[in-house]
Design a protein around this ligand. Sequence first.
Ligand SMILES: *Cc1c(COP(=O)(O)O)cnc(C)c1O
Length: 357
Amino acid sequence: MINFTVGPVQSCDAVREIGSEQVPYFRTPEFSSVMLENEKLMKQFIKADDAARVVFMTGSGTASMEASIINTLDENDKVLVINGGSFGERFAEICKIHKLDHTEIKLPLGKKLTADDLCPFEGKGYTALLVNIHETSTGVHYDEKLLSDFCKRNGIFFIVDAISSFLADDFNMAESGADIVITGSQKALACPPGISVIVLSEKALGRVFEKDSGCMYLDLKSALKNGERGQTPFTPAVSILLQINARLKEIEENGGVESETAKIRELAEDFRSRIADMPFEIVSESMSNAVTPLHPLNTSAYKIFTTLKDEYGIWVCPNGGEMADKIFRVGHIGALTKDDNTTLINALKDMQSRGLL
Ligand SMILES: *Cc1c(COP(=O)(O)O)cnc(C)c1O
């Protein structure tokens, strides 16, 4: 199978080899130094301030979304949630479960966020904003500068889920003034699922240490304290942390975050140019390099997903709910090449010649 989904994605050989080894004991100086190196490289790649800290949570991306919220927000906050799809919906749901005063800015599917959408919330006493900078369900990449300026102007605590955008799109945590940035192991980090990463600004650290999270496993105070010596409060997904280390070092050796982003952008542009004359409509107004969301003009999107899987050995990413028949997505993250793009294009052309597109 070739995997063009948006996670879990294909891993490089070095990462896969670590997965085949015995899991080492982790309360050791050797493992601590791996963790401290992971923190240093994450800060470097996300362009965080020196004072920022990084927590590696054992749990998928959603664990870090929830941890970020319960450790920094409370009943005194008035929260804005950008909701343009299923991941925005997830942020709203977490706010609801934890009884936070929140307002959703609901965007129609595929639409980008504009200054007009934010205007009614200017100067209204909002204290925090939650955004999935790339709403992976629809493939819309929001304007980082627009959100960053809005948050700075209004003194708003800025939480960014960059889970599917980290490494795929340019992002500068310090410049954007983001207080929390979240990513996960199974997107462009191209490791197995199971670890998510929270980068916290100095201001975010202040909030964490002032507040009671009301949770043991997702408490960031103990994670941060243990992290000072490269350790974790509980048994982490040790192998994935070693795989993340190999992957971060690989990116560093290949020229750093800019080269990695350029590689993903090039794959996305190659694919997009080669489907230009095929019966698809691109449904997002503003795309991330991580994924191309496609609306097939003549057939069901879900049928394309099953045919590619069952007859061509290719996974693309289906959509759920009301989007299932309308949209499927082609990912450009993970260990993929232009030759893999060719394989997918040839399969689509073959389907077209069989009258299946
Ligand atoms: C993948 C993803 C998540 C995390 O989902 P998990 O299944 O919990 O890993 C969160 N937000 C966005 C934008 C994502 O793409």
